[in-house]
Structure formats: C-alpha cells, structure tokens
Ligand binder design. Structure first.
Ligand SMILES: Nc1nc2c(ncn2[C@@H]2O[C@H](COP(=O)(O)OP(=O)(O)OP(=O)(O)O)[C@@H](O)[C@H]2O)c(=O)[nH]1
Length: 202
C-alpha cells in the first residue's frame, strides 16, 4: 500500500540567511524541528525523513536522513530526486525547513487532495504566489522525470510542473493565513515578522 513520507527539505546553502537556517532556533527549537513537528502533528505521515547534503547530514540528531548523492548542490530538485528514488511507490509530503509556521491543518488538506489525485503533484498557492516546497510529490516514475530534468540542467521546480500534472491548491479558499506559509530566507525576515529567535544551535 502507498505510504505517505514526510520530507523536510534541508540541504541548501542558506547563502541569503548567512548561516545554516535549518538549525536556527525560533521559539526555542531549530527550524527543521518545527517542520518535522508539524508533519508529525498532521497525522498523515507514516515516517519522516530529512533531505540534506553530506556536509549537514550528521547534524539532525536521531532523524532519518537521505543524503543528496547523485546531484549535489543542484537545489531542491536534487534532494527530491534522491527521496523519490528511495521511495518509488510512495507519496512525498514535502515541506522546506524554512517554513516553520506551516500548519498541520494545511498539510492534511494537501494530503487529501493528493489521495484523490494520485498521479498529480499538489502544490500550495496563496495570494497568487506558488509555494512549491509545501506540497505533495507523487506518481509513477517521478524519480525518472526528475532525473531527466537534472540531466538536462533544468533545475527549477517550475520545470517539473511543466512535465507532470500539477494541481495548485489555493490556501485562501480554505481560510489558511498567508503568514503561516511564509518562508524565511534572510535574518531580516525574522525581525520584520517579530518572531522570537535564539542562537544558532546544531
Ligand atoms: N536536499 C536538498 N535541499 C535543498 C537543496 N537546496 C536547497 N534545499 C532546500 O530547499 C529549500 C529552499 O531552498 P532555498 O532557500 O531556495 O536555497 P538555500 O540554498 O537554502 O538558500 P540560499 O542559498 O539563500 O538560496 C530549503 O529548505 C533548502 O534547505 C539541495 O541541494 N538539496
């Protein structure tokens, strides 16, 4: 039977943030751990894994980690390729580590859409913007489609949406607050939003 695997994407370089944002503490917990907690709280996932690179792999405590091997430093698509290869039969509920306030209610809505449309990618839309890294990635031969894009050096998430049926689910239609979908790319994003932050801690 198809499982749902919760995937925390946490293998970037955090150039704009200035330090590895996955481990930056907000409200007393590293950002990646907020996201893992919401995945767990959604009640939709059978297991949770962290998608990351070789450099950070040892820093996630006891979490299960899948390391980018075939495509390193190629962005989220490289991480997704590795995970889709490891779980070819399963549904991947993906959330980037820099959206720590995403709600478990929203993840449940995405999963229900995915279960009803098992060949489609299900991604978040809000205020006319796409949030590709809050979504469900699934369907036959997903890893193969991603591999072809990576081989062709088409590294954007949009390239994947051109190749697969993709459903954009509008969070506003479900009364989801935009703020919960914001991703934190810079330290300034934390100050501007008045989030409570602490020191970097692996
Ligand atoms: N596994 C994996 N995850 C990645 C990779 N690149 C980015 N991510 C994750 O994808 C999400 C979005 O990444 P970005 O913020 O666009 O990239 P970043 O490298 O983290 O940050 P910048 O260097 O500031 O662009 C974050 O959760 C990253 O941790 C990668 O090469 N492999």
């Amino acid at each position: 039977m198809t499982k749902t695997v919760g995937v925390v994407l946490a293998g970037g370089n955090s150039t704009r943030f200035g330090e590895d944002k996955a481990f930056f503490k907000l409200e007393g917990r590293p950002m990646y751990s907020h996201v893992a907690g919401v995945l767990e709280a959604s009640g939709m996932v059978d297991e949770i894994i962290i998608s990351t690179n070789q450099r950070l792999a040892g820093c996630f405590g006891g979490s299960t980690v899948i390391i980018d091997e075939a495509f390193q430093d190629d962005g989220p698509l490289g991480g997704l390729y590795e995970v889709a290869s490891a779980f070819p039969e399963d549904r991947l509920l993906v959330v980037s580590c820099d959206t720590p306030h995403v709600s478990s209610e929203w993840l449940r809505i995405l999963c229900r859409q995915a279960i009803g449309n098992p060949e489609a990618l299900i991604i978040t839309k809000a205020a006319e913007r796409l949030h590709p890294l809050i979504g469900v990635y699934q369907g036959a031969d997903l890893a193969q489609t991603i591999r072809q894009l990576l081989d062709a050096r088409r590294l954007s998430m949009r390239a994947l949406f051109e190749e697969r049926t993709t459903i954009e689910v509008d969070a506003e239609c479900y009364g989801i607050d935009d703020e919960t979908l914001v991703n934190i790319n810079r330290k300034m994003d934390i100050r501007l939003r008045g989030y409570e932050s602490g020191e970097h801690n692996r």
